[in-house]
Ligand binder design. Structure first.
Ligand SMILES: Cc1cc2nc3c(=O)[nH]c(=O)nc-3n(C[C@H](O)[C@H](O)[C@H](O)COP(=O)(O)O)c2cc1C
Length: 285
C-alpha cells in the first residue's frame, strides 16, 4: 500500500504501456500480466518518493483504468472540450491590457474559480509551490492604493523613485498620469489585485509565477474581465518595506509582478494587428 492510492482497474487496462512511457519519474513498469506497477524503490530515489504527482498516468490511459491520489478518471475534463485553434487565436489576439475599470467588484466565487484554474499551470518539477494573494474587496484596494501613492510622493521628496527610476522617469509618470491612469499610476485603478508568489530556491521559482500570471491574464480575457500585468507597482513597493509586508508574501517568497483585474469600463471592439515583426529563425545543425 502506498500513500498515492495508485490503482489499476484490471478489467479495463488494455496493456498499452502509455502510463509507463509517459511517466517522467520513471517509476512505473508493466508486470508479467501487462499491468502497470510501481518499480522497486532504490535508496528511496526510485519508487513513489520520486513521483512528480503530475497525474499523467491517469490522464494518458485510453481506457480510464488508472486512478491515483484517489481521483476517479471519469471526473476529468475531456480533450473534446478544448478550445479550437481559432478560439485560442481569437483569445490571444483580443486580450488587452486593461487600464480602465468599472467601479464594481468581481464576485468572490468567480475570483476563486479563476484561481482554482491556476492549479493547472505547469511548474518546474511540478513543484506547485505557487501562492495566490488576492484583494477581493475594492474598498481594501482603495486603502492600499492610497497608502502606496502617499508613500511614493513622500519618497520622491527625498529623491527616491520607483524601482530604478531616475527623477526624469518619475516626472514622466507624473505627466502621463492624468490621461493614462487618473489618480493611480501604480495600480491603474484596478478594483482587485493578485500577487502570485513562489518559494525561493524551490524548482523554477522565478519563472513559475510569470507563467501563472500569463494564464490568469487569458482566463480574465475569456470571461470578459479586464486585466493587466504590472511591474511598476513592484518597483515602487521595493522601496516601501512596511507596505510591501501588507501583501503577506511569505518569508522566503518571491514575486515579480502584480496583476490588476476587474470589469472593464468598455469592451474593445476588435483585436490589434501586430506588425509581423516577431523574429523567427530556423535552426539547423
Ligand atoms: C512584464 C510586464 C510588466 C508590465 N507592467 C506594467 C505596468 O507596471 N503598468 C502598466 O500600465 N502596464 C504594464 N504592462 C502592460 C504593457 O504595457 C502592455 O502589455 C502593453 O502596453 C501592450 O498592450 P497589450 O497588453 O494590450 O497588448 C506590463 C506588461 C508586462 C508583460
Amino acid at each position: 500500500m502506498n500513500g498515492f492510492c495508485f490503482t489499476v482497474d484490471e478489467n479495463k487496462c488494455v496493456h498499452c504501456g502509455r502510463c509507463v512511457s509517459s511517466c517522467s519519474s520513471v517509476i512505473l513498469s508493466l508486470d508479467e500480466a501487462g499491468l502497470p506497477r510501481m518499480k522497486d524503490g532504490v535508496d528511496g530515489v526510485v519508487g513513489w518518493d520520486g513521483c512528480y504527482r503530475c497525474q499523467h498516468c491517469l490522464a494518458v490511459c485510453p481506457a480510464g483504468a488508472i486512478s491515483i491520489f484517489g481521483k476517479d478518471p471519469r471526473d476529468s475534463l475531456l480533450p473534446e472540450e478544448m478550445a479550437t485553434p481559432r478560439q485560442l487565436e481569437a483569445l490571444m489576439r483580443n486580450r488587452r491590457a486593461c487600464r480602465r475599470y468599472q467601479d464594481r467588484e468581481v464576485p468572490r466565487e468567480e475570483i476563486d474559480q479563476m484561481l482554482q484554474l491556476l492549479e493547472n499551470v505547469p511548474t518546474g518539477s511540478n513543484m506547485q509551490t505557487l501562492g495566490f494573494n488576492v484583494v477581493y474587496r475594492k474598498a481594501e484596494m482603495d486603502k492600499f492604493r492610497k497608502l502606496v501613492r502617499e508613500e511614493a510622493f513622500r519618497l520622491a521628496e527625498r529623491g527616491i523613485y520607483p524601482g530604478n527610476f531616475s527623477k526624469a522617469d518619475w516626472q514622466k509618470q507624473l505627466d502621463w498620469e492624468p490621461g493614462r491612469n487618473p489618480g493611480d499610476m501604480f495600480f491603474v485603478n484596478a478594483p482587485h489585485i493578485l500577487v502570485i508568489h513562489s518559494q525561493k530556491d524551490r524548482g523554477q521559482w522565478r519563472t513559475d509565477p510569470v507563467l501563472a500570471a500569463a494564464w490568469f491574464d487569458l482566463i480574465c480575457a475569456c470571461r470578459g474581465l479586464g486585466s493587466i500585468i504590472m511591474s511598476y507597482p513592484v518597483g515602487a513597493l521595493s522601496h516601501m518595506p512596511e507596505l510591501e509586508k501588507l501583501l503577506r508574501i511569505p518569508e522566503n517568497g518571491y514575486y515579480s509582478l502584480i496583476l490588476g483585474f476587474g470589469y472593464p469600463e468598455y469592451p474593445y471592439a476588435r483585436g490589434v494587428q501586430r506588425e509581423g515583426i516577431a523574429q523567427i529563425r530556423e535552426l539547423t545543425f
